[in-house]
Design a protein around this ligand. Structure first.
Ligand code: IVH
Length: 671
């Protein structure tokens, strides 16, 4: 092939590849298969090998290359890269809005609301439409030249597209790592015994600051571009919204979730939505960035030495924090399982003060290597239960103590056992006070029998005083006895007795769950209740009958069967019946016969609702012919999520159950 033809062919291939890179890395919507793409790339590589003088730096073949660098060259930004002021509350946002309007002397200001990506800021310079230099923000004035590493990020265009390519432009964006890539990276590091990254931001920063671009290339970083200085351009946008679209047309990856808000109240509403929805993203965000849309307004507002006056970061409550492990205690659960729990220096995580975090079991303590005295990162698993995410081993000074699991129960001192093939160590004394208390606590809890007012402290007193040892004992409590307890007056005793009385007629599924049978969570309880319809039938069911229930395996069937064969358990159930505890029977037919717009639809609730009580909300569903379940299963249609949702949220996501915010739920109910 002659040089001229090769040149044309090279140009043609590059253009095609650039287009497919854009489809794949920027729009996430490829048009050709990986094989077809690889074939194009190979062809280009072959031609470039034949005519090495035709290789240019903006060729798609030139993303990764070169040797590790010795160090990064400091880079002074042409304009300082500013930071943002933070706001955490609605009031702070309204203050921001008032300030903006006062300075502009206007009544209305429109905003663009963007996601605040949790990564690191970079500045990219394009000359004649070609990427020439990229640098980290650094301290705002001086960053580091990381051009070679940035070139490996496939969503950063090496050459811009379209009719309106500016001759000189600098864009700003956030380089980040996807959650999945972060987890994989940490898994690999754990295997190799290397220190783990605490979060996606640190992982992204660590990866971009690699001296060897080949390492950066393997880390699969990504970028969202959110701003630009157009220096020489045939065309200038007049609003930030237009600028975002312009950047997108040039081939940059712009976050698709940016939206326009007509006023600050709309901004606040968007923030509320994302507080919940952020969990569905496959990258971390730590808030929203709110920007005045009109670029002339932006200019009028200007900036202080640190941050622009036309933008603000509207943060979410953090869901992770650093604190210290003061001690590791051992909890005894209702089935006798010993659980190590980290006692923490109190720290606020996502709006709640966390004092303790579960360490799950002995193997987990070893795996994470948590020691007493360690500095750790705590997070809220599924955003609810606090857990130790990571130990900051570099902060150790040698005074930390290794934890060992006790060989006897810390409460009743009987020996503990660890069954073959199980991670859990358990106390097998069924009369262990810790187990009794936990059983009662579980029985009375909200998702079980929902006995209002019967909390942990009260149960401790009832058991310690010897008033209650078994579940039936609860139904024999008298006002006289209650009055002898600390902080129990006339009114509170009466309220508690009434709450206990009300619990006598809970749905069967709740009752089954409340019994605390091994492996019978809310979901299994629901399956059993629906299949058998009555407690009697479950008690009489054979192992085979139980196994025949869809969704129940041999391990569960065995546990349920054993529970009801146990004479002590049978006696307890007889006693309960005699005391008037008769769970409401439940059948699928009854539920399906209801009429209404929600007929055949099943709802589950989690978290605290703000407008209605849980019971009222459930009633709304039933009035419309829907049904309410206690547990998430594939048969559930909607999970309604209130504040501080439980593990059901994660379960719903895994089972592809539609998630409704409280607002969406009310809308659906027409309430
Ligand atoms: S605008 C002139 N928009 O947040 C101010 N920043 O706390 C330019 N960030 O340094 C910032 N997402 O690293 C802007 N959509 C977004 C952002 C964003 C993440 C980061 C950026 C910045 C920091 C400020």
């Amino acid at each position: 092939m002659d040089r001229e033809r090769a040149k044309r062919e090279i140009e043609r291939l590059r253009e095609i590849i650039r287009y497919h890179d854009y489809r794949y890395y920027v729009l996430n919507s490829p048009e050709i298969s990986d094989e077809e793409y690889d074939a194009l790339m190979r062809k280009l590589e072959e031609l470039e090998a034949l005519f090495p003088d035709l290789v240019t730096p903006d060729s798609p073949t030139q993303r990764v290359g070169g040797k590790p660098q010795e160090g990064f060259v400091p880079f002074t930004h042409a304009r300082p890269m500013l930071s943002l002021n933070n706001a955490f509350t609605e009031e702070e946002m309204r203050d921001f809005d008032r300030r903006v309007k006062r300075m502009l002397g206007t009544e209305t200001v429109e905003y663009v609301v963007e996601l605040k990506i949790d990564g690191l800021a970079v500045n990219l310079r394009y000359e004649g439409g070609v990427f020439v230099r990229g640098a980290t923000r650094g301290d705002g004035t001086t960053g580091e030249d990381v051009t070679l590493n940035l070139r490996t990020i496939r969503s950063i265009p090496l050459r811009l597209f379209g009719e309106k390519v500016p001759s000189l432009i600098e864009v700003q964006g956030e380089v980040f790592m996807h959650k999945g890539d972060f987890e994989k990276l940490n898994e690999e590091r754990a295997k190799r015994g290397e220190p783990l990254f605490a979060n996606t931001r640190n992982a992204a920063a660590g990866s971009l600051r690699q001296l060897d671009p080949n390492v950066t290339a393997q880390r699969k970083l990504d970028i969202f571009v959110y701003g630009a200085y157009l220096i020489e351009s045939p065309w200038y946008p007049t609003t930030h919204w237009e600028l975002l679209h312009f950047l997108k047309d040039l081939g940059f990856k712009v976050n698709p979730n940016a939206q326009l808000a007509r006023d600050i109240e709309e901004v606040i509403a968007v923030h509320r939505e994302w507080e919940e929805k952020r969990k569905t993203l496959d990258y971390d965000i730590d808030g929203l960035v709110v920007k005045v849309n009109n670029l002339t307004f932006q200019e009028l507002l200007g900036a202080t030495s640190k941050s622009p006056r036309w933008a603000i970061a509207y943060k979410f409550e953090p869901t992770r924090a650093v604190t210290r492990v003061l001690d590791i205690e051992v909890n005894v659960g209702r089935t006798g399982t010993l659980t190590p729990v980290a006692v923490l220096e109190p720290v606020e995580v996502g709006g709640v003060v966390v004092r303790r975090a579960t360490l799950h079991n002995e193997d987990e303590v070893r795996r994470k290597d948590v020691r007493i005295g360690d500095w750790v990162i705590v997070g809220r698993a599924g955003e609810v239960i606090p857990e130790v995410v990571l130990v900051l081993k570099e902060r150790r000074d040698g005074s930390e103590r290794i934890f060992t699991m006790p060989t006897s129960c810390p409460v009743c001192h009987s020996p503990v056992v660890r069954e073959e093939g199980e991670v859990a160590v358990r106390c097998i004394n069924a009369n262990c006070p810790a187990q009794i208390k936990e059983r009662l606590r579980h029985f009375a809890s909200r998702d079980a029998m929902d006995i209002e007012g019967l909390g942990e402290k009260l149960i401790d007193q009832l058991v310690d005083k010897g008033y209650v040892r078994t579940i039936p004992d609860l139904y024999r409590l008298t006002k006289e006895k209650l009055l002898k307890l600390e902080r129990m007056g006339d009114k509170s005793s009466e309220n508690l007795l009434q709450a206990i009385e009300r619990s006598k007629k809970r749905p069967l599924a709740r009752f089954l769950y409340a019994l605390g049978i091994r492996y019978v969570g809310e979901f299994v309880a629901q399956l059993l209740a629906e299949h058998f319809g009555s407690l009697r039938k479950i008690m009489e069911a054979s192992f085979e009958d139980l196994l025949a229930v869809e969704g129940i395996g041999p391990k569960v069937a065995e546990a349920v069967w054993q529970f009801f064969r146990n004479p002590e358990n049978r006696a307890m159930l007889e006693e309960l019946e005699a005391l008037g505890v008769v769970p409401e029977e439940e059948t699928a037919e009854v539920a399906a016969s209801l009429e209404g717009p929600l007929q055949g639809k099943t709802f589950v609730f989690t978290g605290t609702l703000s407008r209605f009580s849980r019971k009222e909300a459930e009633e709304l569903v039933r009035q419309r012919g829907g049904r309410v379940a206690n547990a998430v299963s594939r048969k559930v249609d909607y999970l309604v999520v209130g504040e501080n949702p439980g593990g059901k949220l994660e379960e719903a996501r895994q089972k592809n159950v539609r998630i409704l915010t409280e607002e969406e739920f009310y809308e659906m109910m027409g309430a």
